[in-house]
Structure formats: structure tokens, C-alpha cells
Design a binder for this molecule. Structure first.
Ligand SMILES: *Cc1c(COP(=O)(O)O)cnc(C)c1O
Length: 375
């Protein structure tokens, strides 16, 4: 069976985890967490990056920092992972879904303004497959309506829009280092903070509502409870695993990009015959080869293709069930405008195996199997 995902491992993870153990510091914010934070800041140009226990938690932190209150509205696509919505629902917000663009599967920037009311507090663009949303338009809408922009860049580590790192364009950016993402620490993520003035409160929220981060830097002589917060800092053992990956960013990136391009080249003839559609990368965007997907004609054809690939020992998958059609989505959200593409496109999309170390011969076999399906 060709797996859909294999967690990345570059070879130095055990060494770094053992260094963390020997340093007798395995809780959060030790040397490996600091290295990862600094790496992310340098890479993205953001004012501050803080490792978190997940991207879900980074988004929860952003919702707290944005002071989302019960009844506030937050605009996002329905075609996304549950966490994008959950983080705001936990604060009592109403989730307002708008349709996606069929080319990138990202929120349709031209539909956002119609969904804004006097209760709207934030726009949450999701950079699907590590390909950016139309951020200039989104930032302009946010500026004109005094809204915050919180980027769900879970899949976008290493991607850019007009040369800017995803996650560092909006007020807050949320990264994931889950084992299914390009860089991993098992479970984990990061919050990117654009404006320096929000950093202190972010550190407090992340440290159970205490000013312990300032205490550790020697800025105050005792720490205390100063605000509402939670425990969003990951252990050093996880950060050590991630550091091995970040240090080898190029190796992971190049390997994934090689696989992505091979899929694209080999599948092009099928796309030219209009049997399938391939991903679209707008020219403002560079991507990180997070995902390779194809689109079949419809749900029925995708279902047959998925089971054909299963028979061929290829584990392809699909996602997401649009949130507005899920039980919690109906309870906590509302879809504004017409669902022209969200449901239709989500039913056609099929993800092919993609991970660091995927063999070219496996890709050739997968593509050959897809071609056979149409023969
Ligand atoms: C993976 C993912 C998340 C959640 O990441 P975790 O680190 O598992 O919390 C959120 N949003 C999107 C779009 C994702 O792909």
C-alpha cells in the first residue's frame, strides 16, 4: 500500500530530542523552542513567532487577542478544516461562511464585502494547499471596514504572496506542525504576530495568563497572574523534533517540490484531454508543495476513482465536508450568498499521496493507475 502520508523525518530528530533530555529542560520555551521561534521570525519577517501546541491553539490565541465576544461575526470559507471555525465558536462568535473560488479552492475575495455587517470583527482567509488567497484585496477590505485579518496558514509554511510569507501578512498568522504538514513536531503549531504591541499580551495568554515570559527575561522580579490565559506552549521534546526539520527546510522543500512537479508533468496529458483538472497556482504566489490534488468530473466519478486506487494499493483521500453542511456548522454558522462552488468542487477533489521521501517510482505507479482508470 502506498501511504497517503508519512510523517517527515530528516535524521537528526533523535539527537536533538536527546539533547533536550540531557539539558534537563523539557517543558516549554527552552533552547529548541527559542531556535524555532527565531527561525520563523527570520523566515517570515513577522515581529514575533511563538510555537504553540497546535495550529488550532494558535487560532484560539488569535481569537483571544482579537477580543472576539459572543455574537461577533467572523468571515471564512466553508471549505476548510474544523479548527478554523472552532477557535472562534469557543469565544461565542457566529461563523459567516462565503463561497470559494474554483481555481484555488480559497475564499472568493469578491464575496467578502457582501457578508460584512456591523457585528463583523475579523476575516479568516485559509491558504488551501499552501497557495495564497488574494491577500491585497482582503487586506484592503479589512482596512476599509476596520476588521482584523487572521490567516489560517496551517498549510502555508514556506509559501509566499507577492514575495511576502503567508501568515505574516494579516494581523495574526497560524501555522501547523502536525504530522501531516510539511514540517512537523507531532502535534504543534505557531502564532505569528505582525504588530509588536500585541506580543506582550500574546505571551501572557500563552503562559496561563501570567507574565512569566517577562520574568524569565529578567524584565520583572516576580511573576503573577495578570490576564485570562491558557497553556499553549509545547514541550521542548516536540520543539527539538521540529528544529531538525526547520534546519533542513531546503531538503524537505526540494524533495516535495520534485514530487509535485513530477505529478503535474505526468498528469498533464489527462488534463489536456479534460478527464481531470490540475491545481492552479496564481502568478502572485509561490507554493510549498504541501498537497497534490486532482479534480474528477463529479462525486460519482471521484468515488469510483478512489476505490479503483484502493484496489491498486494507493491510499488517496478526499476532504473537507463543507462546514456549513455539518451539524456544528449549521448550529454555529451561516452561509451568506450562493454555494456555487464550495459543495460542488469539494465533491470532485481527490488528494494523492504526498510526503517527504515519496519515491518517483511510486508517483509513476500512481499516475499509471489513474490513467488505467480512464482506459
Ligand atoms: C492542519 C490544519 C489545521 C489544524 O492544525 P493543527 O495543528 O492540527 O491544530 C487548521 N487549519 C487547516 C487549514 C489545516 O490544514
Amino acid at each position: 500500500m502506498i501511504s497517503f502520508n508519512v510523517p517527515p523525518k530528516v535524521g537528526t530528530e533523535e539527537q536533538y530530542i536527546s539533547e533536550a533530555i540531557q539539558s534537563r529542560k523539557i517543558c516549554g520555551d527552552g533552547q529548541f523552542t527559542k531556535k524555532c521561534n527565531a527561525w520563523l521570525e527570520k523566515k517570515t519577517g513577522t515581529a514575533k513567532a511563538l510555537l504553540t501546541t497546535s495550529c488550532t491553539h494558535a487560532t484560539e490565541m488569535a481569537a483571544l487577542l482579537a477580543d472576539i465576544q459572543p455574537g461577533d461575526e467572523v468571515i471564512m470559507p466553508s471549505y476548510t478544516f474544523v479548527s478554523t471555525a472552532d477557535a472562534f465558536v469557543l469565544r461565542g462568535a457566529k461563523v459567516v461562511f462565503v463561497d470559494i473560488r474554483p481555481d484555488t479552492m480559497n475564499i472568493d475575495e469578491n464575496l467578502i464585502e457582501d457578508a460584512i455587517t456591523d457585528k463583523t470583527k475579523a476575516i479568516v482567509p485559509v491558504h488551501y494547499a499552501g497557495v495564497s488567497c488574494e491577500m491585497d484585496t482582503i487586506m484592503d477590505i479589512a482596512r476599509r471596514h476596520h476588521l482584523l485579518v487572521i490567516e489560517d496558514a496551517a498549510q502555508g509554511v514556506g509559501s509566499t504572496y507577492k514575495g511576502k510569507a503567508l501568515g505574516a501578512i494579516g494581523d495574526y498568522g497560524c501555522y501547523s506542525f502536525h504530522e501531516t504538514k510539511n514540517f512537523s513536531m507531532g502535534e504543534g503549531g505557531a502564532l505569528l504576530i505582525k504588530d509588536k504591541k500585541n506580543v506582550e499580551r500574546a505571551e501572557i495568554i500563552r503562559e496561563k495568563g501570567t507574565n512569566r515570559s517577562q520574568f524569565f527575561r529578567g524584565q520583572i522580579d516576580k511573576y503573577t497572574w495578570v490576564d485570562a490565559g491558557s497553556s499553549y506552549l509545547p514541550s521542548e521534546l516536540n520543539a527539538a523534533y521540529l528544529w531538525a526539520q526547520l534546519e533542513n527546510e531546503d531538503v524537505i522543500f526540494n524533495d516535495r517540490m520534485k514530487s509535485w512537479k513530477l505529478y503535474y508533468e505526468l498528469l498533464k496529458p489527462l488534463a489536456e484531454k479534460e478527464y481531470i483538472e490540475l491545481p492552479v497556482i496564481p502568478h502572485e504566489c509561490t507554493h510549498n508543495a504541501h498537497m497534490f490534488y486532482i479534480k474528477a468530473k463529479d462525486l460519482e466519478e471521484r468515488t469510483r476513482l478512489l476505490s479503483y486506487l484502493k484496489e491498486k494499493d494507493v491510499n488517496a483521500v478526499f476532504h473537507y465536508i463543507p462546514l456549513h453542511s455539518a451539524p456544528a456548522g449549521k448550529k454555529f454558522g451561516i452561509f451568506i450568498g450562493e454555494d456555487k462552488y464550495t459543495t460542488k468542487e469539494s465533491e470532485r477533489l481527490l488528494r494523492l499521496p504526498m510526503y517527504y521521501g515519496l519515491k518517483a517510482s511510486d508517483i509513476e505507479y500512481i499516475v499509471e493507475s489513474i490513467k488505467e482508470f480512464w482506459r
